[in-house]
Design a protein around this ligand. Structure first.
Ligand SMILES: [Cu+2]
Length: 665
């Protein structure tokens, strides 16, 4: 069973335990003793099962169980034990005919166990990891308040009659006053705990985390505004100039449907930017009428920080009528893409994206024949109104390729959710992932490829003399077809692809040397991804959180130039999080504790699926302040975004990342 399944099973058992404790409480209050006894036994059994599911989850990582082991289970254990000790003997006595019915104490104790069970689940969903003293105090006080209120309700008739002056036996009066004393004392304890917990939650929190490395040094500050790209191409290179005008436009999809899009130059995708290695890319971004503002972020391309297009960090958002010129050397070969980074959950979705492909200077790759004419297609996958569109600007989904021709398909996921990619009709190799070549990628066929949001796969093969189909999300009617010229046999039938196994890239290709010793790290940061109540852009929200916080309250990760940095990324939630660090490719070290054994895998986005734990590393060689976020862009907007901050780098830019209401809605 995967950790994700254990998480779900544990939630189910927790729900059953809540149901069992409350069933026992209600039936006890109604003096249905047989049902109450059954409910109590069931509640105890389910609670014991919960101990088992938690033990299994704990084996997968402390992050998955921390708040349950430290708070939820002890609280339920204590309340449950009291309930059994108080209500159990009473119920047994009634069953044996030695007593008339349950007492108020029994009802209150069983209900309190129910509140404890409920509180544990609520803490898991609203607080998660890490558990804070504040959250623990507030939770305990709420359970206590529930117990006191229940006691008040259960004993109200007796006390009301006392208040009404109805004659009472002296021992009854003593019992009532003792109960009142206990009630007031309990109330005072509850209010104190709640107040302390609430007060603690307002304590200032760290704005920087050092990951076990040294703190800030006194080195001279460099502004990101000065970390700009080269002014000239490499010897022999040319300058690739382009103007991209961000504007609203009505765009006709390949299906013929028209959509209101946000575009670069009126096209979706925006103009394809191509270059040869060593060329200088110079793009003037002009905003015509995107009121929210736009930027250009070069996804996966390790540009100098000042060219990164992160609004409020590396520049201000480009407002309507304004310009910004991006300039950087195309030293990195491969398949990339660009998109706006301002209110990107709206802007990219509406069409503010395009492709960036950099060819090697000598025009060929080791894995391809230089004689035959190459077919090289760049295929960004984007979803508009629920329809997957895979095409360059011409919108063609059919292409011709002569048999024997080397083909390279550059598949780019420009959506916020993963896509499943199948290449049918030919064996192929995954030559590159996220623009970086793999080492000795083997030939595969009949496999599915899981392409994370923002990710790219370069698929290469020699064109057979029959048709080849690129199938996305197992939609056999959609996708892209390659045909040999003159192949008049019409639509090649594509078999059902949904059962094909997924290719595991962590075991694909051959190992090779990597430029640093990944066993050692100068800094180590753990990011636990979840949902919870947190402040996002200064407002409380049910957020997408990192270590229990939302943007911009998540501490910056401090690194120094030259550091080897390790990330442990844990997904406690039930959604997939495509983790994306700007400015650096990361080397995958392990997933769920299993080391990567195939080709070194350098990526800029990796999908952390529910329950998964990934360990990755990189060397900090690109000074700046870099966004480090979930590339499910709505998740980033809901808080899942922080910054990797090089020692000594400052930013003069402030303001919103496009997260606040009023922008992008
Ligand atoms: Cu996410």
């Amino acid at each position: 069973m995967t950790t994700g399944m254990w998480i779900i099973l544990d939630h189910v058992v927790a729900l059953l335990s809540i149901a069992a404790w409350f069933t026992a409480g209600v039936t006890l209050a109604l003096r249905r003793t047989r049902l109450a006894l059954t409910g109590l036994v069931a509640a105890v059994l389910v609670t014991l099962v919960r101990v088992g599911t938690l033990a299994m989850l704990a084996g997968r990582g402390w992050w998955f169980v921390q708040e349950k082991v430290l708070l939820g289970l002890p609280l339920l254990g204590a309340a449950g034990a009291v309930a059994v000790l108080v209500a159990g003997p009473q119920l047994l006595a009634v069953r044996r005919g030695r007593a008339a019915g349950g007492s108020a104490r029994g009802v209150v104790s069983v209900f309190t166990a129910g509140y404890a069970a409920l509180a544990g689940l609520v803490v898991t969903f609203l607080v998660g990891y890490p558990l804070t003293v504040s959250a623990a105090l507030i939770t305990i006080s709420l359970v206590g308040a529930g117990a006191l209120l229940t006691a008040r309700v259960v004993t109200a008739p007796v006390e009301d009659s006392a208040d009404a002056g109805v004659a009472q036996a002296p021992e009854d009066r003593r019992a009532i006053s003792r109960r009142r004393f206990l009630g007031w004392t309990g109330g005072a304890v509850v209010v104190t705990a709640a107040g302390a917990g609430t007060g603690l939650s307002f304590l200032p929190t760290e704005s920087v985390t050092r990951g076990g490395g040294p703190g800030r040094s006194s080195r001279a500050a460099v502004s990101v505004a000065d970390l700009r790209g080269s002014g000239s191409p490499a010897p022999g290179g040319t300058v690739r100039r382009q103007v991209l005008t961000a504007k609203k436009a009505t765009v006709r999809l390949p299906s013929g449907r028209e959509i209101d899009a946000w575009t670069y130059n009126g096209e979706v995708p925006g103009p394809a930017i191509t270059a040869n290695q060593g060329d200088l890319i110079e793009v003037r971004l002009h905003n015509a009428d995107i009121d929210d503002g736009v930027t250009l972020h070069w996804h996966g391309y390790d540009v100098p920080c000042g060219e990164d297009g992160a609004p409020g960090v590396t520049q201000l958002a480009v407002r309507p009528g304004a310009d910004f010129v991006y300039r950087f050397r195309a030293d990195q070969v491969g398949t990339y893409w660009y998109h706006t980074h301002y209110a990107s959950h709206v802007g990219v979705h509406k069409g503010l994206y395009g492709t960036l492909v950099v060819q090697p200077r000598d025009g060929q790759r080791a894995d391809e024949h230089s004689t035959a004419e190459q077919v090289d297609l760049t295929l960004p996958v984007h979803t508009f109104d629920g329809t997957v569109v895979i095409a360059g600007g011409d919108g063609r989904t059919e292409h011709f390729a002569p048999p024997g021709a080397p083909v390279r398909l550059r598949v780019i996921n420009t959506d916020s959710d993963p896509h499943r990619i199948v290449l049918a009709g030919t064996p192929f190799r995954v030559a590159a992932v996220d623009g970086r070549d793999l080492n000795q990628p083997g030939e595969v066929s009949d496999v599915g490829l899981h392409l994370p949001a923002g990710g790219r796969y370069d698929l290469v093969f020699l064109m057979p003399d029959t048709s080849v189909a690129l199938v996305v999300d197992d939609d056999r009617d959609g996708g892209v077809r390659l045909r040999p010229p003159g192949d008049a046999r019409g639509e090649a039938r594509v078999e059902d692809t949904s059962d094909l196994p997924e290719l595991d890239l962590l075991r694909y290709g051959a190992p090779a040397a990597v430029p640093f010793d990944s066993r050692s790290a100068d800094r180590h940061f753990t990011m636990v991804l979840d949902r919870g109540v947190a402040m996002v852009d200064g407002k409380p929200a049910f957020a997408q959180t990192v270590n229990g916080r939302g943007h911009p309250a998540i501490p910056d990760q401090l690194v120094a130039e030259g550091d080897i940095v390790r990330f442990t990324v844990v997904n406690r939630s039930l959604e997939t999080h495509p983790w994306h660090l700007h400015g650096h490719p990361v080397l995958i070290l392990s997933r769920n504790g299993t080391p990567s054994t195939g080709s070194p895998l350098w990526v800029d986005t990796f999908d952390v699926r529910p329950g998964e734990t990934w360990v990755v590393a990189f060397r900090a060689t690109n000074p700046g302040i870099w966004m480090n976020h979930c590339h499910n862009l709505p998740h980033a907007h809901q808080g899942m975004m922080l910054r990797l901050h090089y020692d000594g780098v400052t930013t003069p830019f402030g303001g919103s990342h496009g997260g606040s209401p009023g922008h992008g809605h």
